[in-house]
Design a protein around this ligand. Structure first.
Ligand code: NAP
Ligand code: G4F
Length: 378
């Protein structure tokens, strides 16, 4: 594919941005020209927790947002439905495109056609326990998918800022506090794949001068968190138990410690990274860690329940290799990005329990009387 050079555009909110002349847009109407002057973002993984918050965040900042959506046999845009815009509506600024991180040609075509100002690579098989069961697929999406996207950037010559969703899981068994200089010791196929994604991002920055940044994000949660991650599994169970719809909650390792923050705070950090003059790596977390047991205690207590009456440990939820203790040193991000978390651990637990209780209330009002069974034990 021929290189298509184009200069990085400034963000509309910070300074007027000029798109390079596009031979396909000679006869633009004034309205079309205005639309095309908006900064343009491409998000992989836009249907996920982070992708949905990032889409909202960027739309509010005036971006045109293009989301990559993979083909599924049923609709999987629940987290985006409230901001969906019919492409036929005048002024629509949010668009979904079919593509897949396992399909390099679809990525290159998207980049070539859209020529985004910013790319956020959030797409992943993101479940650590599942990665032990589908390790090759996990590596294909998480490691090779990142390489495919960077290679598409390089080969199309699209000049844009790139964000890689790296993970604190990469630190694995290296003791806390962890930051940008901490050595990696990954403990799962997922974490090994993320280490590759991180290193190849650094490598393309150093080899080809790409503006490619890596956010090493510690666990961040919200009411939109996938139902099989431990926090959401707990808060959903609390809501169901509270309403008499569930009797037990089976969990794995209660002693693992995580630095849990609130997802919308972490979205702001991603965006800030891409507004920097120079690309780099940033560890993003609260600097405070808690055990799974503490999360459980607080969540049940918030609903007026004693967790000991409901929680049982089931070894099927243990992992072949565990990550015992993650806790960030976010001082680099604080200093360079001016980033600070705004929601405490206690507030996070309350937000998630309240949201799941409200959801159960809503479902019950609609006549649903049974908990949707989990399809997988993770
Ligand atoms: P998530 O809710 O699991 O979302 C993952 C997204 O990736 C979904 O939109 C999913 O699409 C998409 N995806 C999966 N396979 C794909 C493929 N083959 N091609 C294209 N897209 C694919 O994850 P998240 O919590 O929002 O996390 C976002 C990113 O940050 C991930 O890369 C994750 O590994 C990383 N991360 C997350 C955390 C955290 O605590 N949340 C911390 C550090 C790093 P479907 O909706 O179709 O499944
Ligand atoms: O909620 P988890 O599944 O998240 P984990 O493994 O920390 O990974 C998440 O955070 C990473 C950032 O550090 C992301 F990169 C990754 O994509 C994902 O978003 O498990 C947290 C802890 C683990 O130690 C696990 O062993 O909770 C423990 N746990 C105990 N019982 C459980 C369970 N985890 C799950 N999922 N289910 C349980 O029943």
């Amino acid at each position: 594919m021929a290189a298509r050079p184009g200069g990085r555009r400034c963000l509309a909110l910070r300074c007027p941005r000029e798109r390079e002349a596009d031979p396909r847009s000679n006869s633009q109407s004034p309205i079309q020209a205005k639309i095309n002057s908006m900064p343009r973002a491409l998000i992989t993984g836009c249907t996920g927790q982070d992708g949905s918050y990032l889409t909202e965040f960027l739309l509010a900042k005036g971006y045109d947002v293009h989301g990559l959506k993979r083909r599924a046999s049923s609709l999987n845009t629940d987290r985006l439905d409230h901001i969906y815009q019919d492409v036929h509506e005048a002024g629509a600024r949010f668009f979904l495109h079919y593509a897949d991180l396992t399909d390099g040609s679809s990525l290159a075509t998207l980049l070539y056609d859209l020529r985004p100002d910013e790319i956020y690579n959030l797409g992943a098989q993101s479940h650590v326990k599942v990665s032990f069961e589908i390790p090759e697929y996990t590596a294909d999406v998480v490691a090779c998918g990142t390489l495919r996207l960077l290679e598409a950037m390089r080969r199309t010559g699209v000049q844009c800022h790139f964000y890689q969703a790296s993970s604190s899981e990469m630190f694995g068994s290296t003791p806390p506090p962890q930051d940008e200089a901490t050595p990696f010791h990954p403990r799962s196929p997922y974490a090994c794949a993320k280490v590759f994604g991180h290193n190849i991002t650094v490598n393309y920055r150093e080899s080809y001068g790409l503006h490619a940044s890596s956010g090493i994000l510690f666990n961040h949660e919200s009411p939109r968190r996938g139902e099989t991650f431990v926090t959401r599994k707990i808060t959903r169970a609390v809501a169901h138990i509270k309403h008499g719809l569930q009797h037990k909650l089976y969990l794995g390792n209660l002693e693992a410690r995580r630095d849990w923050g609130y997802a919308p705070d972490y979205i702001r950090a991603m965006w800030l990274m891409l507004q920097q003059e120079t690309a780099g790596d940033f560890a993003i977390g609260t600097g405070e860690a808690h055990t799974v047991r503490e999360f459980v205690e607080l969540a049940f207590a918030h609903a007026g329940l004693d967790w000991k009456d409901y929680v049982e440990v089931d070894a099927r939820y243990f992992r072949p290799a565990e990550v015992d203790f993650l806790c960030a040193n976010p001082s680099h991000a604080r200093r360079v990005l001016g980033w600070e978390p705004t929601v405490t651990f206690q507030e996070l637990v309350r937000i998630m329990v309240d949201a799941d209780c409200a959801e159960v209330d809503r479902q019950l009002a609609g006549g649903i009387s049974a908990v949707r069974p989990e399809a997988a034990h993770v």
